[in-house]
Write a protein that binds this ligand. Structure first.
Ligand code: CP
Ligand code: NVA
Length: 315
């Protein structure tokens, strides 16, 4: 069944993900060779709504639209008032008559579902408190760059909060037959209902959780971390810093991981908290190519959802 929206990895099939990656890698190779990409999104516009700050997501989507010959309209929530000035469902309905795609970064995942309700154009999740599927696309591209296109049997250890980024990664690891280990402090696990669903939605997933960060990275091919304090959790900053103190990704922890293990972070990073500065800048870090892959992953996603790039498979 062809993908209509991109709200979560759980609703995206392996076939659709494979297609996104094929187009993403092709467009990236063209760009790297100094060629302009075909204007796959010529005369198409993406409306972008941000309830929270962003660097990578905003720039990668807007630049992707530009490089594929289209346009983007960026709106902060002060002007749109998603769910406040206007029902999110009505926003989706209105925008559907004007633009060819909608993306939104929201506090409540429900608002994305409301946007989808009457939308006749694709809706993309640009991060909610529940998931961050666009990030997971760039993360898989980065691991494919490192380990090759077949990721089956590889292990991703996520050290930190069982948060939006961790959820999307857990599901995409399942799609690619990878092992996913969460190393988190007590009280910050992925919840049982999510894990139950994960096992149904991604039967290939090999999921494990431990409170011991060193144990989590022991057989990792990639060690991933994210902020301890996600956007919207600022009031819990102090208690979270205390709870996560033993879960910093640093040289001592990486010494417990296999020698080839790389370090990933979705950024923005808080140096000296979830990750030490030397690791971000060190030889095991793939963090900046990972950030750059946001652009390429977004292009593949947009080309398929909005540009009819579907079916033009290439190796
Ligand atoms: N990783 C990520 O989504 O970054 P931004 O919050 O800057 O978009
Ligand atoms: N978990 C973080 C990711 C930022 C890209 C947040 O939601 O703030």
């Amino acid at each position: 069944m062809a993908m209509k929206h991109f709200i979560s990895i759980a609703e995206t099939s392996r076939e659709d993900l494979d297609e996104i990656f094929q187009v993403s890698f092709r467009l990236r190779a063209e760009r790297a060779a100094g060629k302009q990409n075909e204007p796959l999104l010529s005369r198409k516009t993406l409306a972008m709504i941000f309830e929270k700050p962003s660097l990578r997501t905003r720039v990668s989507f807007e630049q992707a639209m530009i490089e594929l010959g289209g346009h983007a309209i960026v709106m902060g929530n002060a002007e749109v008032g998603l769910g406040k000035r206007e029902l999110a469902a009505d926003v989706g309905r209105v925008l559907s008559g004007m633009v060819q795609g909608i993306m939104a970064r929201v506090f409540e995942h429900q608002k994305l579902l409301d946007l989808v309700e009457h939308s006749t154009v694709p809706v993309i999740n640009a991060l909610s408190e529940w998931s961050h599927p666009c990030q997971a696309l760039a993360d898989v591209m980065t691991m494919m760059d490192e380990f090759g296109k077949d990721l089956s049997g590889k292990t991703l250890a996520f050290i930190g909060d069982g948060n939006n980024v961790a959820r999307s990664l857990a599901v995409i690891c399942g799609r690619y037959d990878m092992k996913f280990v969460l190393g988190c402090p007590k009280g910050y696990e992925l919840d049982a209902a999510f894990i139950d669903r994960l096992k149904k939605q991604a039967p290939g997933v090999d999921f494990r959780m431990t409170y011991d960060a060193a144990e989590a990275v022991r057989s990792a091919d990639a060690v991933y971390t994210d902020t301890w304090i996600s956007m919207g959790q600022e009031a819990e900053a102090e208690q979270r810093r205390i709870a996560f103190a033993d879960h910093q990704v640093n040289a001592k922890l990486m010494a417990k991981a296999p020698k080839h293990a790389i370090v990933l972070h979705c950024l923005p990073a808080y140096r000296g908290y979830e990750i030490s500065a030397d690791l971000i800048d060190g030889p095991r870090s793939r963090i900046f190519p990972q950030a750059h892959n946001r652009l390429h992953a977004q292009k593949g996603l947009l080309a398929i959802l909005m540009g009819g790039a579907r079916g033009r498979r290439e190796g």
